[in-house]
Design a protein around this ligand. Sequence first.
Ligand code: CA
Length: 233
Amino acid sequence: MAKVLVVEDEADVRDLLTLHLKREGYQVSAYEDAEEALVSFERSEAAREPFDLIILDWMLPKMSGLDLCKTLRTKMSTTIPIMLLTARADTMDKVLGLEIGADDYLTKPFEIREFVARVRALMRRATPTARETAKTQLSFGPFRADIAAKQMFLNEVEIALTPNEFKILTTLMQKPGTTFERRYLIKLIQGPGVAVVDRTIDTSILGLRKKLGKDADWVETVRGFGYRFRGEK
Ligand code: CA
């Protein structure tokens, strides 16, 4: 079942969107607060059960929908389709919204039928097969990961990784060339009741590099920030 994240502070609008999205067959997680939504987003990414669509209201009490959109696109490097909702009809805002990485933009008040049609269009663009494959198979350079089977292959030879090494490598592989902050990676491998310190990341990266041998340079250190997977072959 496809998952939709909804962030809208007006309860009646939030309920209406949730109702219609559920009718369309989506699993809905709705929040009134951008910060709570961000935590939910991070949790879904770490659990490898990513959202398929994000719907953001522009005007929110603390962190704005626009700031959340920016954070999701830059810090979180997500490519999940994002729809912005706003009460402003200003074209300048529309341009700003699209520049910041929203895929679609809907001005309030809107007809619920139009909302549903836009949702369908966004979901069609990200085809189900592509989405499903992306969740289970991942390849780049000499690497191939089977997410479901928790197997990693280097030049089609399986390499035995620890759960942390596997999580880190598959995360980096999803966005070659993108630096992932240490803080993000720590959160990623943090399980309930497990204390993860900075050193845990270093140890995992060290172990990972050892196992990759001459291909270790695919995992790059970005001093002061974190780690990234080499972008080019
Ligand atoms: Ca609002």
